[in-house]
Design a binder for this molecule. Sequence first.
Ligand SMILES: [Zn+2]
Length: 182
Amino acid sequence: MRYLKTFEDNSASIINDFFYKKCISNAKQSKSKSERYGAIVVKNGEILGEGFNRAIVHPKFKLDRFLKQGYANHAEVEALNDAITKGYDVSDSDIYVAGYFTKTKTLFFKQQFTCKLCIPYFKKFNIKNIYVPLPDKWNKRTVQNCVEDSVLFHRGNMHNDRLNVSVGDYKLSLLENKKLYD
Ligand SMILES: [Zn+2]
């Protein structure tokens, strides 16, 4: 049985992390009905690019993109696209990515990187590490770690597999009383 964390519970200390708040702030711009993610590209402590998972090719909102994954771009690829479009050299940068499940508003905390569709972009642009959120810290994954992690999430129902690795039952409301720059 999972347990519900409340705002007073300090064990989800990552909600005070600036990069985490940035990622969730980006994720909230997503329109996805199942999972919403935000990502940032960081190099030497500076945020070079930001993104959230979104459709890009639908005629209604056809968006011009240097990097295109298909019908939609994942948050990580959107953040890379943003940084590259701004003219930054993204090699050796890190990517932070965090999100939540749309229906339950449960924050997605996990040990693993759960998507193999983004990995070719990490390799192509020489990304150093990917950080995924746990309640009390960012969990560092090398690109090779991501390769090994992601295999487990491309065998069937990826959404259910991600629900199954989600850690705890922390709600988006944990962040609602938090200012981005406090
Ligand atoms: Zn992805």
